[in-house]
Write a protein that binds this ligand. Structure first.
Ligand code: ADP
Ligand code: MG
Ligand code: ZN
Length: 607
């Protein structure tokens, strides 16, 4: 629209200039009087004409009184002939001085051709303009396939570059990557003993564990060119664009070898080929194929190493994981307690921290947090301190920040009615009491009926230590705790509310996992059910393909039902037998809205 407007204005201006030129050429400053040939004939007969100048069709007449007139004659006939035909006497014509000049070349052309030429010129100009525009568009379309990779040269960002020092823990990963860096720096050392340089390194780990951070650290340490691109940047609306971008990216990297090419979020392209519906998938498939081709196509000795990161190794195409491609795989786990402490300390750098702050204690309270969560925690604490106008961050800001990161911000404005408050109180008390009454559960840190994130209330439990393996007993008790809210509502008010919906969903998902993933159902035995095959259709992931019969499907449903029914029974038994304790917790919640760990444990002990 804007372009069109601009074009119109340009054409208009061109028009004005041309017509201005035209008028300059065609008009003389003083306009002589226009007369007809008949009048001219009459004037000659009256002997008032002294001179006639003929130029093409134009006849300029100078009268005896020196005034000028103008007329036109036909091209073909001579003026004297014409005048004779108009009845002028020949002697009178001889008296008049007649001067015939050839019309000047330029003037002739202008006068005769401009009327034809002008529209052609205008149209031509238009066409040229549009063509130019189109060409620019085409150039853009070609540039489209160019790589979007950003390059960091070793000499760039010297000032504040990320190094391995900025990455806490992840020692094995750092070792492996240091080796890769060494390959690039001193390839001869490895070649002389016949070792092949690895082509690809795949970083695998849950979100926020520092994959991108590690890659950035490699770029800071390696002193070689570093290209950075995200998998999603290969994926475009048009089929084939991704593939040519891959080609271009690899070409660039090879040109500046030794180089590291970092492809972040590889799962955006590297999905299983052949699974799925719709056109978008073909595009991804071509892009993936191109990556495979490029990685195979490295001539031996090319010093380009591809580093890639994903949090979904399960959906990566097996061909990517074959030796000769991403032959090194580095697993990044969620940090353990000492790593959490180190990460906290790294992110405390640059923030004024009170001396009494014990990062170990924060680390103890944050099992399951990723590096990104911890970085977020430190930031939230700093924000909180600033809001309180404090000069230093203390434990008073750090501890509340844990919950904020875990559950989202408190919504104090979300005010419950008196009835709703009661329901929420008994609901949360139900969770908390069942949890406290079962032996294998995590301890309760906090019970609250203040809305947080999307929950109307919450019971915060945190494990006392990092856990990697879990038993069926633990799961069964977790299910009972999940059912605690629903059961309490039913027990106290006779019916449950929508507030329990999320609990039920979680319980069902967990029960399903026990049966189909962990082989924890006696009836169905130690096997998994349901080959997971993901498809993308209209942006949604559909998991399909059952590898079991309808009969088994019914059995699975039965087993899930049974697990949940058992859990509800357990919760029911606990709550019914400790009804007075339940009421006590609920009433305290209505009164104070939040009960901390110590107070909760005291109530339980008294009861
Ligand atoms: P991802 O694995 O999802 O790529 P990132 O590397 O983007 O995660 O990590 C997000 C942020 O979390 C980092 O920018 C960093 O601040 C923090 N972080 C994660 N892991 C660590 C770690 N091991 N040491 C220090 N900071 C970390
Ligand atoms: Mg990342
Ligand atoms: Zn609940």
């Amino acid at each position: 629209m804007k372009n069109l407007f601009k074009n119109l204005i340009i054409v208009l201006i061109a028009f004005l200039i041309i017509s201005a030129l035209f008028s300059v050429f065609s008009k003389s400053p003083t306009e002589p009087k226009k007369i007809t040939i008949t009048e001219l004939a009459q004037q000659i007969n009256e002997e008032r004409v002294s001179k006639i100048a003929v130029e093409g069709q134009k006849v300029t007449i100078t009268l005896t009184d020196n005034s000028q007139e103008e007329t036109r004659k036909e091209d073909e006939a001579a003026l004297s002939e014409t005048l004779k035909n108009y009845g002028v006497e020949p002697q009178k014509i001889q008296k008049v001085q007649i001067e015939t000049t050839e019309i000047s070349g330029l003037k002739f052309w202008l006068i005769n051709l401009l009327p034809f030429l002008l529209p052609i010129l205008v149209i031509g100009f238009f066409l040229w303009f549009m063509f130019r525009q189109a060409q620019r568009g085409a150039n853009q379309a070609f540039g489209f396939t160019r790589s979007l990779a950003r390059m960091l040269k070793p000499e760039d960002n010297k000032g504040q570059r990320t190094t391995f020092k900025d990455v806490a823990g992840l020692e094995e990963a750092k070792e492996e990557l240091k080796e890769v860096v060494e390959f690039l720096r001193t390839p001869d050392k490895f070649k002389s003993v016949g070792a092949k340089i690895p082509k690809g390194v795949l970083l695998i780990g849950p979100p926020g564990t520092g994959k991108t951070l590690l890659a950035r650290a490699v770029s800071g340490e390696a002193n070689v060119s570093f290209f950075h691109i995200s998998g999603s940047e290969f994926v475009e609306l048009f089929v084939g664009v991704g593939a040519s971008r891959v080609r271009d990216t690899f070409a660039q990297a090879k040109k500046s070898a030794p180089a590291i090419l970092f492809i972040d979020e590889l799962d955006a392209i590297g999905r299983h080929r052949g699974a799925g519906l719709g056109g978008g998938h073909d595009e991804r498939e071509q892009t993936l194929n191109q990556i495979l081709v490029e990685m195979d196509g490295f001539e031996p000795g090319t010093q380009v190493i591809v580093i890639s990161a994903t949090n979904r190794p399960d959906i990566l195409d097996p061909a990517l994981l074959r030796p000769g491609r991403f032959d090194r795989r580095i697993i990044l786990d969620l940090p353990d307690i000492s790593d959490r402490e180190k990460i906290l300390k790294i992110h405390a750098i640059g923030k004024p921290i009170q001396k009494q702050v014990d990062f170990r204690q924060i680390a103890e309270r944050t099992p399951g947090f990723s590096g990104a969560d911890l970085a977020n925690l430190m930031n939230e604490a700093a924000i909180l301190a600033a809001r309180k106008n404090k000069k230093e961050v203390s434990m008073n800001e750090l501890i509340p920040s844990i919950e904020k990161v875990l559950l989202g911000p408190e919504r104090k404005s979300h005010i419950l009615s008196q009835d709703e408050k009661k329901i929420a109180a008994w609901h949360e008390a139900g969770h908390a009491l069942v949890n406290a009454s079962l032996p294998h559960t995590d301890s309760v840190r906090k019970v609250s009926i203040i809305a947080r994130g999307r929950a109307a209330g919450y019971t915060l439990k945190l494990p006392t230590e990092d856990k990697h393996l879990r038993t069926k007993t633990e799961f069964a008790e977790e299910l009972a705790v999940l059912m605690g809210g629903f059961t309490a509502e039913k027990l106290v008010f006779g019916e449950a509310t929508t507030g329990a919906g999320n609990d039920l969903q979680q319980a069902t998902d967990l029960a399903k996992k026990l049966v189909t993933r962990y082989g924890m159902s006696e009836k169905l035995g130690p096997r998994t059910f349901g080959e997971q095959e993901e498809m993308i259709f209209l942006g949604k992931e559909i998991v399909t393909e059952k590898d079991y019969s309808e009969k088994i499907a019914a059995l699975i449903d039965q087993e899930i039902d049974k697990l949940i029914a058992d859990a509800q029974k357990t919760a029911q038994n606990v709550l019914a037998s400790k009804r007075s304790l339940l009421d006590k917790i609920a009433n305290r919640l209505i009164e104070k809205e939040t009960i901390e760990k110590e107070e909760f444990e005291k109530i339980i002990k008294e009861g």
